[in-house]
Ligand binder design. Sequence first.
Ligand SMILES: Cc1cc2nc3c(=O)[nH]c(=O)nc-3n(C[C@H](O)[C@H](O)[C@H](O)COP(=O)(O)O)c2cc1C
Length: 297
Amino acid sequence: MIDLSVKIGELELKTPIVLASGTCGYGIELKGITDFGAVGAITIKGVSLTPKEGNPPPRIFETPCGVLNRIGLENPGIEKVLELMPEMRKPGVPLIANLHAETVDDFKKLAALCMDFDAIELNLSCPNVKEGGIVWGKDPSLAGRVTGEVRKVTKKTLIVKLTPNTDRLEDVALACEEAGADALSLVNTYQGMEIDLDTWEAWRGGLSGPAIRPLALFAVRRVYEKVKIPLIGMGGIKDENDAIKFFLAGASAIGLGSIMLRDPEAPRRVLSGIIKYLKERNLHGIKDIKGRLRWKD
Ligand SMILES: Cc1cc2nc3c(=O)[nH]c(=O)nc-3n(C[C@H](O)[C@H](O)[C@H](O)COP(=O)(O)O)c2cc1C
């Protein structure tokens, strides 16, 4: 008997497959397409206190083996998102609110408004405007402070989403754990750019998809070796083989991101593949493979 359930803080996931923020809307958009029976949790598109228009087009560029996006965190604001709650509840899957803010106070206000969600995920890839615009997740003390302050205002499962765009990833992870995070999710997108050959215009954006998979896998392993709290690993996962690599690296659950844009049926496909892999090896669950890789160098 294979047990695929996972506990992330107080959150009980029926499967270890989490839909990553920004790639599954509010879940509502996937009705009739995605088999929610295969989904452990839905992370909604990032939301802020007040509405954000985001960037003008172009917003998405195709790259070899990935996508570069510069959506600019467009969202209608928390009030409007809360109005969608009855619709968002229909799939019967736990809901994670992905939050972004420019000040600690705004993060706290947002978290306090998310009582109807099952968990909160802090997106630390955005800038802290009061302190010179440095990205929260690049600095261990900033990341620890915002996590600790949000911890004070909510008893909900608190997940902190890490940016890979720092050379202090492990220290940031540890600071968040010490400040009370129940789990970490990683990685968010890697910074990149694209250039138009006719106009020579250039855009900065976040790279995701298979191109980042080895980088993300390594990030997950490095953090796994540093902290004790569960990790939701993501970055370029397109099939069960990729997913299993993240479990072997130390993830307790995995996130499906960019693949959802191309194949919204991915959750069932990936879940069936994971079950097959475990069965063929007489293994009983994710716990039998979690973190079990062996370094060859
Ligand atoms: C179009 C798009 C929008 C995204 N929006 C968010 C967001 O609002 N909040 C967030 O934390 N991550 C956001 N992400 C990052 C993804 O959740 C995920 O961490 C990243 O894409 C890596 O996973 P992947 O390679 O499987 O896509 C977004 C990614 C994409 C492609």
